[in-house]
Design a protein around this ligand. Structure first.
Ligand code: ZN
Ligand code: ZN
Length: 121
């Protein structure tokens, strides 16, 4: 599954974007706000019963806001299989696996492929 391994990960605090280049050549650009809204931890998801392996489609419609909750202060690689960001409000429980991040890619072709592209009319 080398396609699902990042070849580079860049967090830009000026543009508030995280860029991941994948083994298959795809590039994903996530706003920090999107990442935070999609935090996969049990607390953000409303309990373990709501944990899923794919992002909630709602996160793509959420506003791109600049608050302590969406300011990245630290980014750690969790074991080589995931990223674990720390946010300015102290939240750091989210473990974003590569497969989750790939499903979270907000580019048009991924949204279309994953069936969460907005209205296509
Ligand atoms: Zn969380
Ligand atoms: Zn994509």
């Amino acid at each position: 599954m080398d396609a699902l391994r990042p070849t580079s990960i860049t967090a830009n605090r000026q543009t508030r974007e995280l860029t991941i280049s994948w083994g298959d050549g795809h590039q994903s650009v996530y706003s920090f706000a999107l990442l935070r809204h999609a935090c996969p931890c049990a607390e953000c998801r409303g309990g373990h019963d709501y944990m899923r392996s794919d992002p909630d489609p709602e996160v793509f419609a959420m506003p791109d806001e600049d608050t302590p909750a969406t300011r990245l202060v630290n980014l750690q690689e969790g074991g080589s299989y995931a990223l674990s960001p720390e946010w300015e409000d102290g939240h750091h429980f989210g473990i974003y696996t590569w497969s989750y991040l790939r499903l979270l890619c907000p580019c048009e072709s991924c949204r279309f492929a994953n069936g969460t592209a907005g209205d296509l009319t």
